[in-house]
Design a protein around this ligand. Structure first.
Ligand code: WT7
Length: 643
């Protein structure tokens, strides 16, 4: 186990934070879990604008929940209209930077008008409340506009990440029965035009139900449209900038977002209106300790849940300014992000460990070229952050001054579940921290018995929460089986974790990534963390390989920082390093050096592929030469599907 260090947020940060003490957090958390209905009822009424106030906080027929029954509201009203009355009318809602360098600012009024125009256009196309609309766009303001326009008229959006293939798009369109697709002629990525429209054409060819495709002009490289297509600008041209928001039941579906399971086809995770918005709103407000003057930048694509909850809904519901960047972090140079932070004066920056490790690899000099003094808070999401990366993020990006919130959650949870609450909590690099309000998480054994601190087990959530998924679209049985049958009476996250004596949660990773070596449980993330502590290592991925003697042997795939040499000496040093950090049991049986680790388009390491490579018998040539795993990754991912 790696040494534990604690970091305290600075006194000046604490003084200005909404939750300036641990005692305050603890008493409020205790209350919220003891009497969640009272807690959520109060906040729902205080924080959201309702057309009709909710009457029944929760109706719970395990595993199905209904929140805020009798309540009527509209998400787009909460994200737009209410700010027009509160002095934010002319405040920037979205600051956008395209990859080629084009910048656009949309005030709340302007965003409202654009949303209304598109909402009216959608109505004109016959879209009714409950109808599904597919969104397949680059990271441009129109992605948010399209989401909000759907929300305004009660249509259910399903955003598909622009990096997914035509085939995946088709599967998703068919699964959710969408009749309308919103896309663009393309977007910019790494200096190239990404042609989204071709994928839509290909997908729609096998989707006879789709009767309209709306095409936004972004790159201007498409001249002619098909019969089913209409230009966005033509459809909205004569639409009024006013569209009354639909008064929707709290449980009206808001969106379906597809996510990969460990097996089978992607699941359409369904989120609804009131509960989801409350979760996204409150976590954005408190976890990022929002101030009126903040410029909030969450780097996730809107194609992922992080983009839904933190680029769009949570940010706008709070009336904050959200920054959207279209392109790659190393276009034209590896300092693009730092240049954006400097030029726009970003104050809160939220990104993923995988990105942080890339930045480390590219070198500090890219960061040093820029003034990042506007930053006051940093966030991490998506996977356990190895302490090495945490410390670098804290020191180099945060200048030692910014607290880091490590936020654990899932597509299914809708919003943060376990997270550092800056101001109130000490930070422990590598731990996501303590449960958010109203969230009752525990680490349990196979029988559902809570485990002692320090013991690794299954991470479960024992009570329903407002922003929880309601079902898997079209498959309530799979929903019940997948999440509510593993540990009776609780939601099983699929993650392994342990809680320490301070109540901090240390997420090890997906249970299927936990190895069993000679009867010992070993988190791949822990071994990786140990490996990247070595100064030569940029990134590491550890998988299990069937082993006659130990059950599983440990195989590590490692990429090196520039200028570092692979070789048997380094192999020995790295094994020693792991042995020192964790114990001899965790020593990798094999270390393989790679040019780069194979990743999905969303930046997740393709472990299943690495497991296959690791299990693939004889290693070609000398293991100390660099392998090009991306070649294999490219073959495997040509279907565009996430592993
Ligand atoms: C899985 C959910 C919702 C965020 C984007 C990913 C892992 C996520 C953390 C974190 C350790 C994390 C978990 C979780 N994960 N955040 N801060 N620390 N692990 O959403 O694709 O639904 O994946 O990501 O394994 O189960 P997702």
């Amino acid at each position: 186990m790696s040494k534990e260090t604690k970091f305290k947020p600075s006194a000046s940060f604490v003084k200005q934070s909404a939750f300036p003490s641990l005692a305050r957090y603890k008493s409020m958390h205790r209350e919220s879990v003891k009497n969640p209905k009272k807690f959520w009822d109060r906040l729902a009424k205080e924080e959201l604008d309702w057309f009709a106030e909710p009457k029944k906080v929760l109706e719970w027929k395990e595993p199905f929940s209904k929140w805020f029954g009798g309540g009527k509201l509209n998400v787009s009203f909460n994200c737009l209209d209410r700010h027009l009355q509160s002095g934010r009318r002319h405040k920037a809602a979205i600051i956008f930077e395209g990859e080629p360098g084009d910048i656009r600012v949309l005030t709340y009024q302007q965003l409202h008008d654009e949303v209304c125009r598109l909402a009216n256009a959608l109505k004109g196309e016959g879209v009714k409340p409950g109808d599904r609309v597919m969104i397949y766009l680059p990271m441009i303001p129109e992605a948010a506009i399209a989401m909000l326009a759907c929300a305004r008229i009660g249509a259910v959006h399903s955003v598909v990440f622009g990096g997914f293939s035509a085939e995946s798009l088709k599967d998703r369109i068919l699964d959710c029965g969408a009749k309308l697709v919103i896309t663009s002629d393309g977007g910019y990525r790494r200096g190239q035009v990404v042609g989204l429209k071709q994928n839509v054409d290909q997908a729609v060819a096998s989707c006879p139900e789709v009767r309209r495709v709306i095409v936004l002009k972004r790159t201007g490289h498409i001249e002619k449209l098909n019969e089913v297509d209409r230009w966005w600008h033509d459809l909205v041209k004569d639409q009024p900038a006013d569209c009354p928001p639909e008064k929707l039941d709290s449980e009206h579906p808001l969106f379906i977002l597809y996510t990969s399971g460990s097996t089978g086809k992607p699941k359409g995770i369904l989120h609804t209106t009131g509960g989801y918005l409350l979760g996204a709103h409150l976590t954005t407000k408190w976890v990022f300790d929002l101030k009126k003057t903040d410029l909030f930048w969450c780097t996730a694509d809107v194609g992922w849940v992080t983009g839904h909850s933190y680029v769009v809904y949570g940010a706008l519901s709070n009336g904050t300014t959200t920054l959207m960047y279209e392109g790659a972090p190393n276009q034209p140079e590896p300092d693009r992000f730092w240049s954006i932070i400097e030029r726009h004066r970003v104050t809160v920056f939220y990104t993923a460990p995988t990105a942080i490790r890339a930045f480390i690899r590219w070198g500090d000099h890219w960061v040093k070229k820029h003034d990042l003094s506007s930053l006051r808070l940093l966030g991490s999401v998506g996977e356990p952050i190895n302490p090495e990366a945490w410390l670098w993020y804290h020191r180099v990006i945060g200048g030692g001054r910014c607290p880091i919130v490590d936020t654990w959650w899932q597509t299914e949870t809708g919003s943060h579940m376990i997270t550092t609450l800056p101001g109130a909590h000490m930070m422990k690099p590598g731990s996501a921290g303590l449960p958010f309000f109203g969230v009752d998480v525990a680490v349990v054994d196979d029988q559902g018995k809570e485990l002692k601190p320090g013991t690794q087990g299954k991470l479960v959530i024992r009570k329903p929460w407002p922003s929880m998924l309601r079902t898997i679209h079209g498959d309530p049985e799979r929903y019940a089986k997948q999440y509510w049958s593993e540990v009776p009476g609780t939601y099983f996250t699929g993650d392994g974790a342990r809680m320490d004596k301070d109540g901090y949660f240390w997420v090890i990773g997906r249970m299927d990534d936990v190895l069993n070596v000679s009867g010992h449980r070993l988190g791949t993330a822990e071994v990786e963390s140990a490996l990247v502590t070595h100064p030569a290592v940029a990134e590491a991925a550890v998988v299990g390989r069937p082993d006659d003697l130990k059950g599983q042997a440990v195989v590590a795939f490692v990429t090196l920082k520039s200028g570092q040499k692979a070789g048997s000496e380094l192999v020995a040093a790295l094994r020693e390093q792991v042995s020192k950090e964790i114990g001899p049991i965790a020593k990798p049986d094999q270390i393989r050096f790679a040019e780069a680790l194979p990743k999905t388009r969303s930046g997740k390491i393709m472990r299943r592929l690495l497991k296959e490579v690791a299990a693939g018998g004889a290693v070609k040539g000398d293991v100390t030469t660099l392998e090009d795993l991306n070649v294999i990754a490219a073959l495997q991912s040509s279907s565009g599907e996430e592993s």
